[in-house]
Design a protein around this ligand. Sequence first.
Ligand code: IMP
Ligand code: MG
Length: 181
Amino acid sequence: MTTQFINGYRIDVLFSAQMIAERVETLATQIAAAKPERLLVVPVLKGSFVFAADLMRAFHNAALSPEVDFMMLASYRDKTVSSGQVEILRDIETDVRGRDVLIIDDILESGRTLAFAKDLLIARGARRVMVAVLLDKPKKRVADIQADFAGFECPELFVVGYGMDMAHAFRELPFVGHVVQ
Ligand code: IMP
Ligand code: MG
């Protein structure tokens, strides 16, 4: 396993830049095969921004011409009370009625965040709402949701890089790695 030392932290690489790039191309092909109509892509900020940017460019090669709008959500799953509440910090401006929507996120874990986003867009009249995540951590699922498209199953480790952070750091890493504490 490749290990990198960044600002005094040891990071073990789990998914290399090349592995991710190949998987993103495959995902774009799979998403195109679902024949989305009037596709609106909704990345959930902040963690998905790198994945979403790569996936958007792969969509061009897969002959898709989506629009994009952004949502920023905060979930309070780790606070003392397990309220599981999700708050909208930034909403999309696009009317989703009758459209196919692809929500993009970095990790699907409890599923609370993505279940909230999916329910919201269905309630607003989207024709079909699909979910794409880079990483699936299925063991801690609480909400009744699964990814329509998932890059990799992720081990039960805290991971960073490729948009994902630990206390706001490491989003710039071109790979996904585990911070060894
Ligand atoms: P959930 O599915 O509602 O539990 O939320 C998943 C979110 O938790 C992801 O979008 C990330 O923001 C965050 N998350 C979960 N596991 C990790 C991790 O290993 N590293 C960084 N963020 C994580
Ligand atoms: Mg997130």
